[in-house]
Design a protein around this ligand. Sequence first.
Ligand SMILES: Nc1ncnc2c1ncn2[C@@H]1O[C@H](COP(=O)(O)OP(=O)(O)OP(=O)(O)O)[C@@H](O)[C@H]1O
Ligand SMILES: [Mg+2]
Length: 312
Amino acid sequence: MSCIIINKLTKNYGSVKAVDDITMSVRSGQVFGFLGPNGAGKSTTIKLLTTLIQPSGGSLNILGIDAVKNPLRVRHRIGVVLQQPSYEPTLTVEKSLEKYGMMWNVAKNERKIRMEKLLEDFDLVEIRKKRNEDLSIGQRRRVQVAREFMHDMDLLFLDEPTVGLDPSARRKLLDYLRNKVKSGLTIFFTTHILTEAEYLCDEIAIIDKGKILAIDTPDALKNRFGKDKTIKIHLLKNHQEVTKLLSNISDCTIDFHTGTNITIQSEQSEIVLMKILKILNDNEIEIDDLSAVPTNLEEIFLKMVEENVSNH
Ligand SMILES: Nc1ncnc2c1ncn2[C@@H]1O[C@H](COP(=O)(O)OP(=O)(O)OP(=O)(O)O)[C@@H](O)[C@H]1O
Ligand SMILES: [Mg+2]
């Protein structure tokens, strides 16, 4: 079942097409990642989906509700953490959570229980009495995400929630989100950090200049766009003759930075590797190190965005 169905969605700011004719859907019970460079249209899409702004065209259905016609019904069932920091400077961490619970009409007892749990889960216990204005950027971001969990929701939108978090806080947040998804939440998540998307997301859309370039699972994206595998061979000594020996083999590059480095980049890198190993062996050239570099999402992402730029 899909909890987000977007059809020909468009948002123009003057001549800028921030979101340009997007059609897609998001299945319930997963983490959907929205990836794209600066200005791609990620935040604009989140604002449209959370009914904070009106589309210029197209339709969107959120949790079975026509979001253009019934924005308030949608807002009751979703959570959103926007990209911009938002906090009341003089409120303490615990008061911020408490206030959020009140806004969402959470009963007093329940508010207390949730607050204590969130303070623990988001490592906020020690700073619970601190005022928002005195927090570090990462701490403030953690409060901003934590308070959203004061209420129940079916769908949560997070616009770059991990910005400013250190690696351990980031990992903790991702694991926390994963657990929430296990218990039924659907998450729509934007990020620039590709390893993060790979770690957390079941499906990923790559967006640039308001257009979706690809939607798929991280593995399928790697299979579709990352067929070229890279293998590196390092020879301890500088073997200048290697250039000549391998001159008949395409798909490999050689440099002499520290010793001799041979890099194979090919769809059939294993076959190329076998040929090279044979030549090296026949010429009694010793190998110091051999490693395979797996394709990562970052290379695919850069390739797609670069191609999109050159197509314009
Ligand atoms: N309120 C606005 N008025 C005019 N132009 C806007 C407005 N909001 C966004 N834009 C433009 O729309 C485009 C998409 O912006 P958006 O904020 O959605 O990008 P983004 O993918 O979230 O980028 P980032 O990674 O930097 O957060 C940009 O060209 C931006 O300048
Ligand atoms: Mg943004």
